[in-house]
Design a protein around this ligand. Structure first.
Ligand SMILES: *[C@@H]1O[C@H](CO)[C@@H](O)[C@H](O)[C@H]1NC(C)=O
Ligand SMILES: *[C@@H]1O[C@H](CO)[C@@H](O)[C@H](O)[C@H]1NC(C)=O
Ligand SMILES: *[C@@H]1O[C@H](CO)[C@@H](O)[C@H](O)[C@H]1NC(C)=O
Ligand SMILES: *[C@@H]1O[C@H](CO)[C@@H](O)[C@H](O)[C@H]1NC(C)=O
Ligand SMILES: *[C@@H]1O[C@H](CO)[C@@H](O)[C@H](O)[C@H]1NC(C)=O
Length: 413
């Protein structure tokens, strides 16, 4: 609780104190005459006074509301002026931030331009929170900040997209692209369970572990109905979990695989405590899995070192429930036509608020829901199959990473 408050305060603080840098430089400058010294002294005094009042203000903003300090690092509770996740997309000609064709880690399937998309507006939107601006993406400062660190993404293909996006964003600041490589020289494929990209001149890696449920799928108990091919053990973490512990930034997602089509129709059923739960509804199962995840964070992760994120559900824009039809629009949707929530995102936020460990929920559901223009559509590597779930790169996942960078800048600065 205390540490999460400190992080909020220092995040706010460093941004606001920027304007006081000048006077402080003044004071430390050697001064030859008494007059200028006293003028400088006066300026310093004034700075000190305004500086203290800002500290007091920040305290007043946060202390009267202890109910919000529930261990979830949220820079945007109702009392603060800025909610990172409530805002709009604004056109910005400086976007996109990279070219996928020049990034060896952007998979072909997400490179919509190369796959025939003609309109380019979808690449030019910047996420703008309502009452503040995100820090402009500064690749050199982020590269410096990540030196010696380990960044780990865990989740489904949406996590892989974000992993690719982060690598491509950061590679724009690397002169010799050959110094960035996959540690096992693997190619990116959909089924691969581990990918690790090393930025050797900066001594850090950005890794991806495929774990679509986060909890462990496995063999069902004996004597089960034939339709049960696999059991998702909701009370046991995925067997890769030990490799996630020793990290500095750890980003989870889950949700896309929690559907009847991907579960029951494919023979996956839930299991708790060694017992199959054939009739368990998906939302209850997801909540159970998230509780397992949360207790794992609590017992296995040293949150002093590791900044844990959960990025919430990425909405898709299908126009039929069988996921066969959809139309990628030219422009983002207007806010009135958007259902900006998902039961999966709500559950994650609730569970995270309950666990009393500092995890940051990146609530990207609403901002992404506006982006019916940003899906892969027919511009994937298999054009016969429409895709209104995955996103083009560059695109929406870059904005998720910009949000992530804002948080880790506050922590590692
Ligand atoms: C954004 O803030 C406005 C005003 O407080 C509120 O009405 C709206 O529901 C918020 N939207 C989201 C997505 O949080
Ligand atoms: C991206 O890079 C490729 C290869 O260098 C180039 O042909 C293409 O024009 C670039 N695209 C954009 C939008 O700049
Ligand atoms: C690279 O990072 C690791 C882990 O932080 C550290 O132990 C090691 O000393 C670093 N190596 C160099 C050459 O800086
Ligand atoms: C699992 O079993 C243990 C002991 O048998 C019990 O205490 C616990 O409540 C059970 N958990 C669930 C989720 O059923
Ligand atoms: C984390 O930091 C707090 C406060 O500095 C300290 O009391 C605690 O022992 C640390 N925990 C670990 C696991 O290092």
């Amino acid at each position: 609780m205390v540490s999460s408050f400190n992080r909020i305060a220092s995040g706010q603080f460093s941004r606001r104190s920027l304007s006081f840098r000048k006077p402080r430089v003044f004071i430390t400058m050697p001064c030859k005459c008494w007059f200028s010294l006293s003028v400088n002294g006066f300026i310093a005094f004034c700075s000190l006074v305004s500086f203290s009042s800002i500290i007091i203000c920040v305290c007043l903003i946060f202390f009267p509301n202890p109910g919000h300090q529930n261990g979830v690092l949220e820079l945007m509770d109702s009392t603060s002026e800025c909610d990172f996740f409530n805002g709009s997309w604004v056109l910005d000609e400086t976007y996109p931030l990279y070219n996928s064709s020049e990034c060896p880690f952007a998979e072909r399937g997400f490179n919509c331009l190369v796959n025939g998309r003609r309109d380019r507006d979808y690449q030019k939107w910047r996420w703008k929170p309502r009452h503040c601006d995100l820090a402009q993406f500064d690749v050199h400062s982020i590269l410096g900040m990540l030196r010696g660190k380990r960044v780990v993404f865990v989740g489904d293909s949406m996590s892989r997209t974000q992993w690719e996006s982060m690598i491509c964003l950061l590679m724009t600041g690397v002169e010799d692209k050959k110094t960035v490589y996959e540690v096992n020289r693997n190619k990116i494929t959909k089924q691969i369970r581990f990918l690790g990209v090393r930025f050797s001149s900066f001594n850090f890696t950005i890794e991806f572990f495929r774990s679509v449920f986060l909890v462990r799928p496995g063999k069902p108990p004996r004597h089960t109905p034939k339709r049960v091919q696999s059991a998702v053990k909701l009370d046991v973490m995925d067997d890769f979990n030990k490799r996630w512990i020793d990290s500095d930034v750890l980003i989870f997602n889950s949700g896309q695989w929690w559907t009847p089509g991907k579960l029951f129709k494919a023979g996956y059923y839930f299991q708790v405590n060694g017992t199959l739960k054939l009739g368990m509804p998906i939302d209850i199962a997801f909540r159970t899995a998230m509780s397992t995840w949360a207790s794992w964070v609590k017992t296995s992760i040293n949150t002093n070192r590791t900044h844990v994120f959960f990025r919430t559900f990425e909405p898709s824009h299908w126009s039929s429930s069988d996921r066969k039809f959809c139309k990628v629009t030219r422009y983002p949707m207007t806010k009135t036509s958007v259902k900006g929530y998902s039961v999966f995102s709500d559950i994650v936020s609730e569970v995270a608020a309950d666990v009393k460990v500092p995890v940051t929920v990146l609530r990207v559901t609403y901002m992404s829901a506006l982006r019916s223009d940003a899906h892969v559509g027919k511009w994937s590597d298999t054009p016969s199959v429409l895709d209104c779930s995955h996103w083009c790169l560059p695109g929406v996942p870059d904005a998720w990473n910009e949000l992530l960078f804002s948080y880790i800048s506050a922590k590692f600065a």
